[in-house]
Design a protein around this ligand. Structure first.
Ligand code: ZN
Ligand code: ZN
Length: 133
């Protein structure tokens, strides 16, 4: 599987056998990162992901007080990887960057108190007022 930024200069290659743990996050930082009401990121074991191309990084605190690093393309701004200080053996790749409608759906939905009123999720998605970050 391959994820790519909008301009194609930054990519993440993911081993075919790797299965993501997909998290949907409503927090306001994810809203600002994406420009969308929520972010969806698939977390893979780090050794299953290879990043290629030039990236810049932006680090911030999460609601839970851990550190989150966004790796984004300096040309077009798309986030292609996410690192969490709490889970250093995992790397996250935004679901939309894969441009497949068959990407593993979210297992959990976090920071539900920030969910936009109109956003409805399937009942298979566990909901939490706290995050996993
Ligand atoms: Zn780009
Ligand atoms: Zn978030």
């Amino acid at each position: 599987m391959e994820a790519s930024c909008q301009c194609g200069r930054l990519q993440a290659q993911v081993a075919d056998e790797a299965r993501p743990f997909t998290i949907l996050c409503h927090c306001t930082d994810c809203q600002r990162r994406t420009g969308s009401p929520f972010g969806v990121i698939g977390y893979f074991p780090s050794d299953a992901v290879t990043i290629s191309g030039e990236a810049r990084e932006f680090c911030r605190d999460t609601y839970a007080g851990n550190r989150l690093t966004n790796g984004f393309c300096p040309s077009c701004g798309s986030t292609i990887y996410v690192l969490l200080s709490k889970n250093s053996d995992m790397i996250g790749v935004p679901a939309g960057a894969f441009t497949t409608p068959h990407f593993s759906p979210p297992v959990i939905s976090v920071w539900e108190q920030d969910r936009h009123d109109w956003v409805a999720l399937p009942e298979t998605v566990a909901r939490h007022e706290k995050g996993t970050d």
